[in-house]
Each structure stands twice: as C-alpha cells, then as structure tokens.
Design a protein around this ligand. Structure first.
Ligand code: PHE
Length: 337
C-alpha cells in the first residue's frame, strides 16, 4: 500500500457519495467504506506491511482518509434526513402555538350588556332609535312645550330649526309607543349628545339606557320594585337606596334614585360631594299627555319610565375618575377591563 492508493480511495468515495440519493444508498456506502470489513479497515490492516520508515506518513494519511470519509458521510446523512422529514413532518407539534391577539369589548359596551341582561331577565326587550332626531320626538311629544324652560335642562346641538342630535334616549319611548300596542316592556340603549363644557364629569356625547313599561294597572310600586332589583343586581345586594322627588316634563310624579356612596359607605366623601349618596337614575310615571301624544289611552293604561347614564354608571361601578378616559382609546385604560 502506498500514498497514491489512499488518494484514489478518497476519490472513489467522492464519486460514490455524489451519486447517493436516498438514505439506503448512503448506508450501503457506510458498509462499503467504514464497516469492520470495509475498505478503510482493510487499508489499516495493510499498515503492518508498510516499510517502517514510511509508516508515519502512510498512517497519517490513512487517519486523514478515515476522518474525511466519516465527516462527509455524517454531513450527507444529516442532509438526507432533513430532506426526508420535509415531506413527511413539517409541523413540529411540540412548539408552542402562535398566540392570536383578540380584542375585548369596550367597558361601556360591557356595562350596557350587563344592564341589558339584567332587564332581559325581567322580560324587557331592547329597542334602538336614531341619533339625529326631530324636535318633535326629542321634546314636543315628551311634553316639552316649545318655550318650556325644561328645554334648558339639556343643552342641545341643533342641526336646523326642527332637527337636532338627541339629548336623551327618551324619544325612543315615543317611537316604541307609536309603533307597538301595550303591554310594552322595553329598554332603549343609545348615544346622546349635549352641548356641555368638556371636563372630568361631563362630555359632549355619552350613552344612556332608557326603560319603558306600559300596561294596565302599572303602579309606582312596580317601578320601585323593578329599579331596586336592578340596582341590587348591578351594584350588589347589600346596597342602600332612596328615591327623591324630582321633575321631568314627561313623567309625573318623577323621582331620582340614589344609592349609598360605594367609596365612603355613606359617611360622606369627595365623590358623593359629602352627602353619602350617589344619584344613579331618573324615573317616573309616564305623564298622561305623553300617552295621548303617542295614541295610548291614559284612562286604560299607565306606565313608568326611567333613564340612566352609562358612563356615570360605569364610573361609579369601576371607580373611574374622568369621563374622557372612555373616549380616548388609551390602551392602558382599556386593558384594565
Ligand atoms: N331622559 C331623562 C334624562 O336624560 C331621564 C329620564 C328618563 C327620566 C325616563 C325619567 C324617565 O335626564
């Protein structure tokens, strides 16, 4: 054996390797060159016949040949295995899945949903109406005479002499009464607009939920029972409440409902302006004039209505200090709910 022989084995191996396509062929190559009876072992066997002075050089070259073949064999094996796996198993099931970022409902939507579901449980259906209203639906039909001072309670964005952005959801009451016969039991959520200075407590646009019940023998006691049940469901069972006489042109008698301040528990603090009470809604028995305007006989039917601001409700429940936060779409705020 001499050095040239070793070089020619190396060349033969290169040629053999270049024609390998599948793993099985590579394995045949391993047997041919690297197994115990393979070519490389055979060459090592012959080392003992090499003259003493040539042994170191030949031995070195043989070692180099064995390393060269082993290395190239391993590389080729990895490549073929990768190629084979590409077709069969391209998904690594052990990897963690890609997370999908999904949004969540805005806190105001969540609040409306919760209010809706409480009233749905008491048999109320839901109605919606237009945000651009006529003066008739927003005021006149609700017993606000043209120069009624109560119009000043709600600073109005007028679009023209007869059209405006609704200042409350009460016009939907009128639309429901004009379109459906009693018994009526409905809530009407929606957006309302008032030309007010924007600050931490008030905004030029906000949301309300209005409620309306019309049937025979509807009493103020039922109004109270319904609203107390709602407030307990929404704010918690051990809540204390009171009804205070108030005024709305479309209800008579009218009241506002207060609950004990959740911050100070009724002792008096900044949030409740040191009264211990927080106003949560306006309500009353539907004024007979409104029933007449809507084609309902007040001798036969009575009813009650109530309305609450959603922002205010959410601010009380979640202790939000500034109404503007609801509309700024600041992630740091929205993510908390
Ligand atoms: N619409 C009234 C408001 O916006 C609230 C209300 C509704 C009061 C229904 C009584 C009955 O202030």
């Amino acid at each position: 054996m001499n050095l040239d022989q070793i070089t020619s084995v190396s060349g033969e191996f290169d040629k053999d390797l270049s024609s390998v396509i599948v793993l099985k062929e590579l394995e045949e190559l391993r047997i041919k060159y690297l197994s115990r009876n393979g070519i490389v072992s055979g060459l090592f066997e012959k080392l003992k016949d090499v003259p003493k002075e040539e042994k170191p050089a030949v031995g070195n070259k043989l070692n180099a040949l064995r390393n060269y073949i082993t290395e190239n064999f391993n590389l080729a094996k990895i490549k073929l295995e990768e190629k084979g796996s590409a077709g069969k198993q391209s998904i690594d099931l052990t990897l963690p899945g890609t997370q999908r970022q999904i949004g969540s409902k805005h806190i105001l939507t969540q609040t409306v949903d919760e209010i809706k579901s409480i009233f749905k449980g008491m048999g109320f259906s839901t109605f919606e109406g237009p945000e651009l209203e006529s003066d008739y639906y927003n005021f006149e039909a609700l017993n606000f005479a043209p120069d009624h001072p109560a119009r000043d309670m709600q600073d109005t964005f007028f679009i023209s002499k007869d059209f405006l952005l609704r200042t409350h959801t009460s016009p939907v009451q009128v639309r429901v009464m004009k379109n459906y016969k009693p018994p009526i039991r409905a809530i009407m959520p929606g957006r309302v607009y008032r030309s007010e200075a924007v600050n931490a407590r008030s905004y030029c646009m906000f949301h309300q939920v209005e409620g309306l019940v019309i049937d025979t023998d509807i009493t103020f006691a039922e109004l109270k029972g319904t609203l107390v049940f709602f407030a307990k469901q929404f704010y918690g069972n051990d809540l204390k409440y009171r009804f205070r006489a108030s005024f709305f042109p479309f209800t008579e008698p009218s009241a506002e409902m207060d609950i004990t301040c959740y911050i100070c528990g009724g002792k008096g603090c900044k949030i409740c302006k040191y009264t211990g009470w927080l106003e949560i809604l306006g309500c009353g028995m539907v004024d007979p004039n409104v029933l007449i305007n809507c084609g309902i006989d007040p001798e036969k039917y009575t009813g009650y209505a109530f309305g609450m601001g959603i922002e205010r409700t959410a601010m009380l429940k979640y202790n939000v200090q500034d109404i503007r936060l609801f509309f700024e779409n600041d992630f740091r705020f929205l993510k908390q709910f």
